[in-house]
Design a protein around this ligand. Structure first.
Ligand SMILES: Cc1ncc(COP(=O)(O)O)c(C=O)c1O
Length: 419
C-alpha cells in the first residue's frame, strides 16, 4: 500500500472513469446531470449575483454572510426559495419550514442520521437512486428493505406488510424507520406516483409512525401541457385532524441550476425542525452552505435563477420529447418503456430472459453507447437485470436522437443474434 495519496487531478465527478460523459469515443446516455451547453450561462449569472450580494454585504450587512450562518440558513434566502417554489407548486412553501443543505444527498444523510433509530429500518423502492443506496449502506446497523414498485408508485400492500412486521418503539430518536422515495419523476423509472399512492403512503406513515423522505429534485420538470407541479409533502396536510408531520421534502438546485453549486433545502414539518436544528453537525458549522445560499438568494432577487431554470426546463423538455419519439418508433416490439411525464429518466425493459449487462457489452462494442443496467438501482443481486436506465439530461437533442437511434439498432441486432 502506498504511503502517499495519489491525486489524479480530475476536473469533474465522471472524469477518468467509464462514466466519462465528456468522452467522445463513447456516447454516455446514463448520466443524470445537465450538460455543458446548459451550464455555460452560469459564469455570467453567478458573476452578477455575486457582485450584487457582496455589495449588499459590504454596505449593509456587516459582511455577516461570512459569519457562521443561522442553522436553517438566512431568512432572506429561504424567503426567495419559498417564494419561487410557491409559485411553481400546487401548494405553498413556507420560508420557516426550510433548512438549507448542500444538496439532496446531504439532506438525506442528515435526516437519516438525526431522525432514525440506528437499529431501525429504511424502506426503499425496489429500484431506487443508486447512490442513495450506497450512502444508506454506510449505516451498517440499519436494515434496508426493498418494497415492490408498480407503474403508479410503491405497492402500498407490500409497504404495509413489511412495515407492520418490523415496527418497534424507537429509542432516543424520533422514528424507528424511514421510507425513502422519489415520488415525482422517479429515479430510475421516471414514474410519477399517483395521488392515491401518495395518500396511502401518508396514511401508513401516520399509522406506523415512520418518516417519509422524498427526493424532490425533478418535480418542476413536468413536460405535460399544464404541469401540475406536486410534492408528496402536500398530502400530509396540516389541516387533517390526525396531522403530526411525517413527510420531508428534500429539494436541490443540482438539476435546475447546476450540481456544482451544492445547494438544496429540506422542507420539514414543525415537530421535526427543532430536532434537526438541535443536531451537533448543524450547530457546529451553522448553515450548511451559508455563502452559496446568499449568492443564490441574489440570483433569485435579480430574476436570473428563474430565467436559467426556464432555459434548462425548455431544453430538457425538448430532449425528452425527441428521445421518446425515436423510442416509440424504433424500440423493438418485445421491449417496453414507461413514457415519463417529466424529469430526466427513461426506464426500458427487455424481454425477461435477456440481461441488460450483456446488452451493454454488445452496445458498447457495436455502437459505442453506454447506459446503466437495472441491477445498479436494486439492493440485491440481479433484480432488474432485464432493465436499463437512460437519461436525457446531458447531451443536446441531435446527439441524443442519433444515440437513441443507434441504441435501438443495437438492441434489434442483439435480440436477433440471440433468437
Ligand atoms: C433522486 C436523486 N436524489 C439526489 C440526487 C443528488 O442530488 P444532489 O446533487 O442535490 O445531492 C440525484 C442525482 O442524480 C437524484 O437523482
Amino acid at each position: 500500500m502506498s504511503h502517499e495519496n495519489e491525486d489524479p487531478k480530475l476536473k469533474h465527478l465522471f472524469d477518468g472513469s467509464d462514466w466519462n460523459v465528456y468522452e467522445t469515443k463513447v456516447l454516455n446516455l446514463g448520466v443524470g446531470a445537465p450538460g455543458t451547453d446548459l451550464l455555460e450561462p452560469c459564469c455570467d449569472i453567478f458573476q452578477q449575483a455575486t457582485a450584487h450580494r457582496l455589495k449588499y454585504e459590504k454596505s449593509e450587512n456587516r459582511s455577516l454572510l461570512f459569519q457562521y450562518g443561522p442553522t436553517s440558513g438566512c431568512f432572506d434566502v429561504r424567503h426567495e426559495i419559498a417564494k419561487y417554489f410557491s409559485s411553481m407548486y400546487d401548494s405553498a412553501m413556507k420560508s420557516e419550514d426550510l433548512i438549507i443543505t448542500t444538496g439532496a444527498s446531504q439532506g438525506l444523510h442528515f435526516s437519516l442520521s438525526t431522525l432514525v433509530d440506528f437499529n431501525g429500518y429504511i424502506f426503499v423502492d425496489e429500484y431506487t437512486y443508486m447512490i442513495a443506496l450506497d450512502s444508506m449502506k454506510e449505516f451498517t446497523t440499519l436494515t434496508i428493505v426493498p418494497v415492490k414498485l408498480n407503474d403508479d408508485g410503491v405497492d402500498l400492500k407490500d409497504l404495509e406488510a413489511k412495515v407492520r412486521e418490523r415496527c418497534f418503539k424507537p429509542n432516543g430518536k424520533e422514528f424507528w424507520a424511514m421510507y425513502y422515495t422519489i415520488p415525482t419523476y422517479h429515479n430510475p423509472t421516471g414514474i410519477l406516483f399517483s395521488p392515491a399512492v401518495c395518500r396511502g403512503i401518508v396514511a401508513l406513515a401516520r399509522k406506523f409512525n415512520f418518516v417519509v423522505i422524498c427526493d424532490d429534485v425533478y418535480n418542476i420538470l413536468s413536460y405535460d401541457e399544464k404541469p401540475p407541479h406536486v410534492r408528496l409533502l402536500s398530502y400530509d396536510a396540516r389541516t387533517d385532524t390526525d396531522f403530526a408531520g411525517h413527510v420531508i421534502s428534500n429539494g436541490s438546485f443540482s438539476k435546475i441550476l447546476g450540481p456544482g453549486v451544492r445547494l438544496g433545502w429540506l422542507e420539514v414539518p414543525p415537530r421535526l425542525k427543532p430536532i434537526l436544528e438541535r443536531s451537533g453537525i448543524i450547530n457546529s458549522g451553522g448553515c450548511f452552505n451559508n455563502y452559496t445560499a446568499g449568492i443564490i438568494g441574489s440570483l433569485f432577487e435579480l430574476g436570473l435563477a428563474q430565467s436559467h431554470i426556464s432555459r434548462l426546463y425548455e431544453a430538457y423538455k425538448e430532449r425528452m420529447k425527441a428521445v421518446i419519439a425515436v423510442l416509440n418508433e424504433q424500440l423493438p416490439e418485445s421491449c417496453t418503456l414507461i413514457v415519463p411525464k417529466g424529469g430526466y429518466f427513461i426506464w426500458i425493459s427487455l424481454p425477461e430472459h435477456l440481461n441488460a449487462r450483456d446488452f451493454l457489452t454488445y452496445s458498447l462494442e457495436h455502437e459505442k453507447i453506454f447506459f446503466i443496467p437495472g441491477p445498479r438501482f436494486a439492493l440485491e443481486g440481479d433484480n432488474g437485470k432485464h432493465c436499463f436506465r437512460l437519461s436525457i439530461a446531458f447531451h443536446k437533442k441531435d446527439k441524443l436522437v442519433d444515440g437513441i437511434t443507434r441504441l435501438c439498432r443495437a438492441l434489434k441486432d442483439y435480440i436477433k443474434t440471440l433468437s
